[in-house]
Design a protein. Structure first.
Length: 137
């Protein structure tokens, strides 16, 4: 019984892959003297791996097989505030490195960057592995 409690307590504190990638993002940003943690923690509700169908419900415009992620602004009736979510199409994730690229890209948009090849071309490119990362509204 004691071991079961240890296992249960450990799993309660385990971080999701998105949380681990977010921590890496903060570390990588700090190497460039950029410290977005406070802003992200205060303004981003979460990063979620969802189906493409769920993304379609939020962004509209029908099915887009190339779309891999988006940022969603959703009004929360309970809090009276707009929640900001990053949604990543879980079917587009084939390995953790790919997930990292998608999350870094969407965080770039969250922080105000567009699809610019002059600024962070490896991160803010419109495509990664042939998948369009963000629906441009």
């Amino acid at each position: 019984m004691r071991y079961l409690f240890l296992i249960l307590s450990f799993t309660c504190f385990a971080q999701s892959p998105a949380d681990l990638i977010l921590e890496e993002y903060y570390t990588d940003a700090a190497k460039e003297n950029f410290y977005p943690r406070s802003y992200i923690e205060q303004n981003l509700k979460g990063i979620y791996f969802v189906s493409g169908r769920t993304i379609e419900k939020y962004v509209g415009g029908g099915k887009d097989d190339k779309r891999a992620g988006t940022i969603v602004y959703s009004f929360n009736d309970l809090t009276g505030k707009t929640d900001v979510l990053i949604l990543i199409d879980k079917s587009k994730i084939d390995k953790l490195q790919n997930a990292r690229a998608f999350i870094y890209h969407e965080l770039g948009h969250f922080l105000g960057l567009d699809h610019e090849m002059n600024v962070f071309p490896a991160i803010m490119n419109e495509q990664i592995n042939g998948s369009y990362l963000t629906l441009k509204l």
